[in-house]
Design a protein around this ligand. Structure first.
Ligand code: PLP
Length: 406
């Protein structure tokens, strides 16, 4: 049966900002999705590390149904209980003291950058604050966050970029120390350092513990704020609730989105009370923190805790990594490394081989497994956090078959 609305028709009406795969998905359940022809796929993409509880989870259905019938949107002119309860859960389960809600990861990072700039102006007397970020990072697609993103390919043709950013190689202590002494040489200018605990889009590259602990020391000594972008790795994906826990550090500010709503759009920025310099009128979002998104996100958070999903992430992550590590040596021409934490893992392709990540993703899709590239040479595995042992085994069997065929 042909799709009711074909990709060709779709492309007639929707702007071509995405290089989509020729697949129209129609419904999902758990870690599986079905296309419009009724063909089943194992979903190891989860809306790009977003569908924490998979698809059509009863908790999501109940939370959505209950809240939409009660109250869905009221603006931030008034208080709403769901927003307060979600903020309370996040504060009680993190190092943050207070939360601001928005609708996406980029927007959460915008809020973090604004907060760090205001802190620099009002607390430290810095006129032109600079935020240091890492090369190969990814922080979003707004103008400030493409500037923060240390990858020129996302910035091309969008100049003038935002002033006030400086890039350093990731996991390189000497480079960041040098950058700070250079930038702060005449007078303090560095307002914040913004990093991912594990670079997701940049190729599933885990952060180094000693590097981040040294960054924390430098920030403490100089009054610089440490912002952790937890948009992709937060909410349990690494086997810790927050990626910064894996590094043994506490950020001053951190951001969350993706997995927070389990697929319902929501973003959050949390900070310690010591740097909460926002006053009424400083920052806002019409949809931010509406009762609907917050009630669903709270249900996701509570389910993560009640169903001990972090333990599942650790066990299934270990199973997946061990499986990939057993498969990789069979294809030395294709695979150079397996890396990741918890349920964010990357199969790193051999730089010399012409096969790129999109080719493997397409071949896996043809075999009924959905995967997502993280750049040209890394294939990313980010299944829902509810993934089962049998589903990991199934995915491993498919990837082995796909690599053998290539
Ligand atoms: N930060 C990180 C680390 C991300 O991985 C992403 C998206 O992939 C973003 C920010 C941007 O999030 P959004 O697409 O929700 O704006």
């Amino acid at each position: 049966m042909p799709a009711a609305f074909s990709p060709a028709e779709f492309d007639e009406y929707v702007m071509h900002t995405y290089a989509r795969f020729p697949l129209t998905l129609d419904r999902g359940e758990g870690c599986r999705v079905w296309d419009t022809d009724g063909r089943e796929y194992l979903d190891f993409v989860a809306g790009i590390a977003t569908c924490t509880l998979g698809h059509a989870h009863p908790v999501l259905i109940d939370a959505v149904t209950e809240q939409i019938q009660k109250l869905h949107h009221i603006s931030n002119l008034y208080y709403n209980e769901a927003q307060g309860k979600l903020a309370q859960w996040l504060v009680q389960h993190s190092t943050g003291d207070r939360a601001f809600f928005c609708n996406s990861g980029a927007e959460a990072n915008e809020g973090a950058i604004k907060l760090a700039r205001k802190y620099a102006h009002t607390v430290r007397g810095i006129d032109n604050p600079i935020v240091i970020t890492a090369k190969a990072s990814f922080h979003g697609r707004t103008l400030a966050t493409i500037t923060a993103t240390g990858q020129p390919k996302y910035q091309k043709n969008f100049s003038p970029l935002m002033p006030g950013f400086y890039y350093v190689p990731y996991n390189d202590i000497a480079a960041i120390e040098l950058a700070i002494s250079y930038l702060d040489y005449e007078k303090p200018q560095v307002a914040a350092i913004m990093m991912e605990a594990l670079q997701g889009e940049g190729g599933v590259s885990p952060g180094d513990r000693a590097y981040f602990q040294r960054i924390r020391e430098i920030c403490d000594a100089k009054g610089i704020l440490l912002i952790m972008d937890e948009v992709q790795v937060g909410m349990g994906r690494t086997g810790h609730l927050w990626g910064y826990e894996a590094l043994g550090i506490e950020p001053d500010i951190f951001t969350s989105a993706k997995g927070l709503g389990g697929g319902i759009p929501i973003g959050a920025m949390l900070c310690k009370s010591s740097c909460d310099v926002f006053a009424p009128g400083d920052h806002a979002s019409t949809f931010g923190g509406n009762p609907f998104a917050c009630a669903v996100a709270l249900a996701v958070c509570q389910t993560l805790e009640q169903n001990r999903l972090l333990q599942n992430v650790q066990a299934r992550g270990e199973q997946l990594r061990q499986g990939l590590e057993a498969i990789a040596p069979k294809y030395p021409n294709l695979i150079s490394q397996v890396r990741g934490w918890g349920l964010i893992n990357g199969l790193v392709l051999n730089a010399e081989n012409e096969v790129n990540s999109a080719a493997i993703v397409k071949a896996a899709m043809a075999e009924g497994l959905l995967l997502v590239p993280a750049g040209l040479k890394v294939v990313r595995f980010v299944p829902p956090l509810i993934v089962t042992e049998a589903e990991i085994d199934r995915a491993l069997a498919v990837i082995d078959r796909v690599l053998a065929e290539l």
